[in-house]
Design a protein around this ligand. Structure first.
Ligand code: NAD
Length: 484
C-alpha cells in the first residue's frame, strides 16, 4: 500500500469547484484511512490572493461532513499551503518552486511530486511547459501529472494538446482522469467477466444478443451552459466515459492484469469500431436530441437555459448503435445512450442474452444488468418454474445490490484514482492511444451532425429521449431494457 509514498501535491485551480467538491474530500479520505504518508503536503494555487489560513479554512469547509474530530481535521489541513499564481506568468513559477522545495524539506518528501491540473485545458500546455522550464520537476523523485477532462474537443485539438504536454512530460507520467474508470462497478466489469467461468463462457456472439449502456442524468446544464453549448453530449460523455465502458465490456481477456495488457486490449476494441452510418433518416446509427420543456411545463427547455444560444442545435442526448467490426462482435450491437434532463439519473449496463434455441418453455431471454450508480451491484434475470402444477416459467431476479452503508463506506472514484497515482498505477486512466482513437470515431458523428443545420429532434424534459432512440433498436427487434 501507499502509506509509505511520500508526495507533494501541487493543485492548479485550487479555488475551483472540482477541488472543493472532490479533491480535498478525496485526499482527506486517504488521510483518514492512513493511506497517505505523514510526509505529504499540498500547495494550492490559483489567481486569487488567499492566505494559508484562509485556504486551510476552505479545505476544512470542504471536508466538514467527513471529519472524525476537529483535531483530526486540523491536523490534515495543516499540510496545506496556498500560493497565488497566474499560470501564464513565468516569475510566479519561481515563487512556486521555492515553496515546493521548502515543503519538500519540511516534510522530507524526497522529490515526489504530483501536479494536479484542475483548470481549463487551454492552460495545460502552458503549465506543463513552465513546470519543466522553471525546474519544478525534480530529479530525485517521481513527477506525475493528473489531467482533467475535456482532453481536446476533437482529434486535432487533442493531438495538439498532447504534443504540447509531451514536450515536457512523457506518456507514463500522465494520468488522464476519466472518473468513470474510478467507479467501483466499472472496475468490477473485468472482474465479473474474467473470474466467473459461467459468464466468461457465454460472453460472446453465440450467447449475447445485444449490449446496452445507459448513462442518464436528470439534471439539466445548471451553471455550465456556456461550456456545454460548445460541447454537447457526444463530446462530453461519449468520447470518454461511454467508449471506455464499451471497451471494458468487449475487450479480449488480457494476458495478465497489467496496465499495458489491459490498455492493449481496450485499444484493439476502439480501433475495431466500424465507421458509423449517420443520416437524417431511420438508417442512421446515431441519433441526437435536445430537451424541450417538460410535459407539465414546470421544467424549462435547453434553449431557455442560462448562457445557451436561443436557437442552439447542440445535442443534450445521444443514442447510438456501435458495431465492433471483428468476427467476435460484429453481430452484437452495442447500444448506448446518454443525456441530460432524462427521466432518472442512472448509469447501468444491460447484457441481453439470446433466447434458447428450443421452444420447450415460455422462457424470456436471460438478462445481466450491471448497476453502476446510484445503485451499485448486479442483477441476473433467469427463468424459473412457477410453483405449482404445470410447467409455466416466470423471470426471477437474483440481485446483489450494495447496501447504502456499503456504498457510503466504499471509496469514491477520485479517492481511488488519486491513490492509484500515488502508487504509479495507470490501469484506470485513459491512455493517449485510447483518447486519440475515441476522438477519431466520435469526430465522424460530429462532422455529420454539424452538416445537419435545419433542426434537431426534441424530447420533453424528464423523459428518456426522442422517439428516434427507440426506433434505433426496434428496427432490429430490440428494445431498451431500462425504462425509467
Ligand atoms: P472552476 O472554473 O471552478 O475553477 C477554475 C480554477 O482555475 C479556479 O481556481 C481559478 O482561479 C483558476 N484559474 C483560472 N485562470 C487562471 C489563471 N490564469 N491563473 C491561475 N489560476 C487560474 O473549474 P472546475 O469546475 O473546478 O474545473 C476544473 C477542471 O476540471 C476543468 O478542466 C473542468 O473541465 C474539469 N472538470 C470539472 C468537473 C466539475 O465537476 N467541476 C467535472 C469534470 C471535469
Amino acid at each position: 500500500m501507499s502509506q509509505d509514498t511520500k508526495a507533494l501535491f501541487i493543485i492548479f485551480g485550487a479555488t475551483g469547484d472540482l477541488a472543493h467538491r472532490k479533491l480535498y474530500p478525496a485526499i482527506y479520505h486517504l488521510f483518514k484511512k492512513n493511506m497517505l504518508s505523514e510526509s505529504f503536503a499540498v500547495i494550492g494555487t490559483a489567481r486569487r490572493e488567499w492566505s494559508d489560513e484562509h485556504y486551510q479554512e476552505v479545505v476544512l469547509d470542504s471536508i466538514e461532513d467527513l471529519t472524525e474530530s476537529k483535531e483530526h481535521a486540523k491536523a490534515f489541513a495543516e499540510h496545506f499551503r496556498y500560493q497565488s499564481h497566474n499560470v501564464k506568468d513565468s516569475e510566479h513559477y519561481h515563487t512556486l518552486k521555492e515553496l515546493a522545495d521548502t515543503l519538500d524539506d519540511e516534510y522530507s518528501i524526497e522529490g515526489n511530486r504530483i501536479f494536479y491540473l484542475s483548470m481549463s485545458p487551454s492552460f495545460f500546455g502552458t503549465i506543463t511547459h513552465h513546470l519543466r522550464e522553471q525546474s519544478l520537476v525534480t530529479d530525485n523523485g517521481f513527477n506525475r501529472v493528473i489531467i482533467e477532462k475535456p482532453f481536446g474537443t476533437d482529434f486535432e485539438s487533442s493531438k495538439a494538446l498532447n504534443d504540447e504536454i509531451n514536450d515536457s512530460f512523457d506518456e507514463d507520467q500522465l494520468y488522464r482522469i476519466d472518473h468513470y474508470l474510478g467507479k467501483e462497478m466499472v472496475q468490477n466489469i473485468l472482474a465479473l467477466r474474467f473470474s466467473n467461468r459461467l459468464i466468461e463462457n457465454s460472453w460472446n456472439k453465440d450467447s449475447i444478443s445485444n449490449i446496452q449502456i445507459t448513462l442518464s442524468e436528470d439534471l439539466g446544464v445548471e451553471e455550465r451552459g456556456e461550456y456545454y453549448d460548445k460541447s454537447g453530449a457526444l463530446r462530453d460523455m461519449v468520447q470518454n466515459h461511454v467508449l471506455q465502458v464499451v471497451s471494458l465490456l468487449t475487450m479480449t481477456k488480457p494476458a495478465s492484469f497489467t496496465t499495458d495488457n489491459v490498455r492493449k486490449e481496450k485499444l484493439a476494441i476502439l480501433k475495431a469500431l466500424k465507421d458509423p452510418v449517420i443520416t437524417q433518416d431511420e438508417n442512421t446509427e446515431f441519433v441526437r436530441g435536445q430537451y424541450a420543456s417538460s410535459e407539465d411545463g414546470a421544467t424549462k427547455g435547453y434553449r431557455q437555459e442560462d448562457k445557451v444560444a436561443p436557437d442552439t442545435l447542440t445535442e443534450t442526448f445521444v443514442a447510438g448503435k456501435i458495431i465492433i467490426d471483428t468476427d467476435e462482435w460484429r453481430d452484437v450491437p452495442v447500444y448506448i445512450r446518454t443525456g441530460k434532463r432524462l427521466a432518472e439519473k442512472t448509469s447501468r449496463v444491460d447484457i441481453v442474452f439470446k433466447s434458447t434455441e428450443s421452444d420447450l418453455f415460455n422462457d424470456q431471454p436471460t438478462l445481466l444488468s450491471v448497476l453502476i450508480s446510484p445503485d451499485e451491484g448486479i442483477e441476473l434475470t433467469l427463468n424459473n418454474k412457477n410453483i405449482g402444477p404445470g410447467m409455466h416459467l416466470k423471470p426471477t431476479q437474483l440481485s446483489n445490490l450494495r447496501s447504502e452503508d456499503t456504498r457510503e463506506e466504499s471509496p469514491e472514484a477520485y479517492e481511488k484514482l488519486i491513490l492509484d497515482v500515488l502508487n504509479g498505477d495507470e490501469t484506470h486512466f485513459a491512455h493517449w492511444g485510447e483518447v486519440a482513437t475515441s476522438w477519431k470515431y466520435v469526430d465522424q458523428v460530429r462532422r455529420a451532425w454539424d452538416g445537419f443545420t435545419d433542426s434537431i429532434p426534441f424530447y420533453p424534459a424528464l423523459t428518456m429521449g426522442p422517439k428516434e432512440a427507440d426506433t434505433l433498436l426496434s428496427q432490429q427487434d430490440h428494445s431498451w431494457i431500462y425504462k425509467a
